[in-house]
Write a protein that binds this ligand. Structure first.
Ligand code: FES
Ligand SMILES: [Fe+2]
Length: 329
């Protein structure tokens, strides 16, 4: 395939404000206890994460609409979050439910309440008013009842200070898979470029928006003699860098003690393998020069097509989401 000059012109497809509207995994389920409010940076904003009285997780914008106190310093009161400063209270829908003084609640006293899900040992939020696609999942052919699995955060050697699209581009940068990671030629054959997902060949790897991917049968092509699968997810978390979580799964085999032991060792192997591979990327991605256009060549066809996907992908900023929430939109 000949790379057209328009594709050659840039490795920086977006100048727009805002972040891709994706499902992002923010935190491990086990990190969020009852009565806890955790504050995190997310995309170009900040959020809180807490559980209501039934244990359901919620992700909302972080600053009180009264005078801007950080709600992660507040308290959970039944299903609500109460601001530490003057005790304004917000329900899980983000709407102010109570002002301690009994004053009339202003119309615009509404936080953003992000669509939130908890699955695979992770708490996820959709960056947008409504999810544009279903929560990322293991491939339907993976029967998790026949697998053992665990979720963890990749312990990177340094913070990954990059945006989701740059991290995502790795998967379509076939030159680097060989040169940097030493993988054999990875030829996905065909790639399906859909509106909110990208699929290698038969769906062996699916990329969901720019926030997650899943793979089945990976064990075979990284040289493991075992049936494994994974779901990888991450989020751009400002000062904390981009967090990357893995949910790794290995077949129980025939369910015997021997096979279960083997499955455990496969999970360890995958943990080390994925951590090493991403560690190899970190300092390179952190120091890329994005101010000058890159020169793509024929072998970069995957990157060239991916850049178009990124350019076309819907984005939204925190400021837009705040405005929508205030209007009750
Ligand atoms: S700043 Fe939150 S109640 Fe006043
Ligand atoms: Fe890489």
């Amino acid at each position: 395939m000949v790379v057209k000059s328009s594709q050659r012109s840039t490795f920086r497809p977006i100048d727009d404000e805002g972040y891709p509207q994706c499902w992002y995994a923010l935190i491990l389920s086990e990190e969020l206890g009852a009565n806890q409010i955790i504050g995190r940076d997310l995309c170009d904003g900040r959020v809180i994460i807490y559980r209501d009285s039934a244990g359901k997780a919620h992700v909302m914008s972080r600053y009180c609409k009264h005078l801007g106190a950080d709600l992660s310093l507040g308290e959970v009161v039944k299903d609500d979050v109460r601001c530490a400063f003057h005790h304004w209270q917000y329900g899980p829908d983000g709407v102010c439910s109570k002002i301690a003084t009994g004053d009339k609640i202003p119309e615009r006293a509404r936080l953003i309440s992000f669509p939130t899900e908890e699955k695979w040992g992770l708490i996820w939020a959709f960056w947008g008013a409504e999810p544009l696609y279903d929560l990322p999942s293991f491939h339907p052919s993976v029967d998790l009842d026949q697998f053992i699995w665990k979720a963890y955060e990749i312990p990177l050697k340094e913070k990954l200070q990059t945006e989701p699209w740059i991290f995502g581009a790795n998967a379509f940068d076939f030159q680097h898979l060989k040169a940097l990671h030493g993988l054999a030629d990875v030829d996905p054959g065909t790639i399906a470029w859909n509106q909110y997902d990208i699929q290698y060949g038969s769906g062996a790897i699916i990329f969901y928006g720019m926030g997650a991917s899943s793979s089945h049968g990976e064990g075979i092509w990284i040289g493991l003699d075992w049936d494994t699968a994974y779901l990888s997810a991450g989020a751009p978390m400002g000062r904390d860098g981009m967090k990357i979580f893995m949910v790794e799964a290995a077949s129980k085999g025939d369910g015997s003690e021997k096979d279960l032991k083997k499955a455990e060792s496969m999970l360890d192997h995958m943990h080390n393998y994925h951590t090493d591979v991403i560690d190899q990327d970190v300092d390179i991605l952190n120091t890329l020069n994005l101010d000058e256009p890159g020169l793509l060549v024929e072998s970069d066809w995957g990157i060239a097509r991916y850049l178009k996907y990124v350019k076309d992908y819907p984005r939204i900023s925190m400021a837009e989401l705040v405005g929508m929430a205030e209007r009750g939109a």
